[in-house]
Design a protein around this ligand. Structure first.
Ligand SMILES: [Zn+2]
Length: 77
């Protein structure tokens, strides 16, 4: 029951995402794009979560490593 079909990696500062479910895309390569996407969110400070596509495939979400965030938050102006 705990098996995840797929895993996505979020950018360090991202809090919301939309992904194409690869399982659905494989099952129904001619399906409408909107029917293949899953939306979810991950609060800042949370390193892992999961979402489900419209057909119920579980998608694991992992945040990119914290080492990257220091670089990403360096002011450029
Ligand atoms: Zn799916």
């Amino acid at each position: 029951m705990s098996a995840f079909e797929q895993t996505i990696v979020l950018l360090a500062r991202a809090t919301a995402f939309t992904v194409v479910c690869q399982v659905c895309a494989d099952l129904d390569p001619h399906g409408e794009y909107a029917g293949l996407t899953a939306q979810g969110s991950l609060r800042l400070g949370h390193d892992m979560g999961w979402t489900e596509c419209p057909r119920g495939h579980r998608i694991r979400v992992i945040r990119a490593g914290g080492a990257v965030s220091a670089e990403a938050t360096t002011p450029l102006w």
